[in-house]
Design a protein around this ligand. Sequence first.
Ligand code: ZN
Length: 476
Amino acid sequence: MDKTKLLALLEEKKQKFTEASDRIWETPELRFATYKSVEQHYSVLESEDFDIEKGVAGMNNAYVASFGSGHPVIGVLGEYDALSNLSQVADLAEEQAVETGGNGHGCGHNLLGMGAVVAAVGVKEFLRDTGQSGTIKLFGCPAEEGGCGKSFMARSGLFDDLDIALSWHPSDKTEAWGSGSLSVYHVDYQFKGQAAHAAGAPELGRSALDAAELMNVGVQYLREHIIDEARIHYAYKDAGGHSPNVVQSSSRLFYYVRAPEIEQAKAILERVNRVAEGAALMTDTELNIHVHSACYNYIPNKTVTYNLQENLELLTPLSFSEAEIAYEQAFFDTVSEQVKANIYESIRHSFPELDSDQWTKLAQEPVSTPLYPIEFFGKTIGSTDVGDVSWIVPTGQVFVACEPHGTPPHSWQWVANGKSSVAHKGMMTAGKTLALSAIDLIENPELVEKAKQEHLDFLQGRSYVCAFSDDVMPDE
Ligand SMILES: [Zn+2]
């Protein structure tokens, strides 16, 4: 089966994929509670003859769908969780919620998950057509946003028999994913004090709110004495209550501790824990520390990433109709002049062979069309639970332009754009790219061996151990 025939076959099935992605957009669900979203995946995968193991790694909505037998075993990672407080009317180029405070697909995971399904279906068709040895495994991974679903799957050993893992993410531009990411711990600090009348009997009160505030102040001082690349963020989950005349007896802070390597994050976390203990000591309150989850930094495998780039070259530059460009223009108009200037700088940096007129033209595209060159380990972005997978097995990912140029993830613009034909096209391009790379890997065992050797060289004898203990459970 040649590549052109495979691409045409996937295009014939496009409607099935886009409808499932749109249904997921319409029922945005959070973290591990992605019950309706995962059903959309099951219905497509069952119609495509995959064997599905549902409810893996102690998570109701995680799955492994397989087809084929023998090696190489290629894994594709899919996601389908949404974000809270990002409800937004589809196709509307101004911020307006469908439901105030509701959820929304602000990170495009409706597309991400279905794009992964497209890839798996492509590989399945190839395996069935050629009868070659090889297995495709699609991993349905809940709770990418703040829950590290893949880390729980990694802890259960689900990725251990893979030879290679592939994934992608919607973006506002197209490139093979060369950057790393930060490792992160997600930790809850709960203080318990003693309520009392704030004026009548303050001496009887022990303020959990004071403890939380002292902890934040302590961490503020700590920030000066950690490595530059580390990040510590926090949010109040519970500030005790709304009455100033009561000594607040409970408080809860949610912290993210990020650093390039998981050991660094762990070392900083231990210092944050001591600051929290100090705050509890100062206020005579009780402290409970609860690790929710954690994930490793992402390590792109260069062999796999270069191959993904070669396949992206076959499918780019992206092309869009006048109607699609006009649609995206309305969103591009919401982007600030500063961001537009940054886009120009990034294009100038990435395409030195072009002239200034061409840089301007590309920078003003409302949806980006060119393929960017790979930049390995440029500026690290946030964190992703694909990190854990990349420490277990050689992993490669791509970004594909699905979103209005210059708009960031977790924005209302991404939600509004999530069912557009531009988004659907990006999803198909991503699925096709991953399918083509999986097929290259199946047909060229030496490529798999090269990727594995690179992975071993990187590890230098280190091996993956889940960053949190066995008693940490996925919590909805
Ligand atoms: Zn995302």
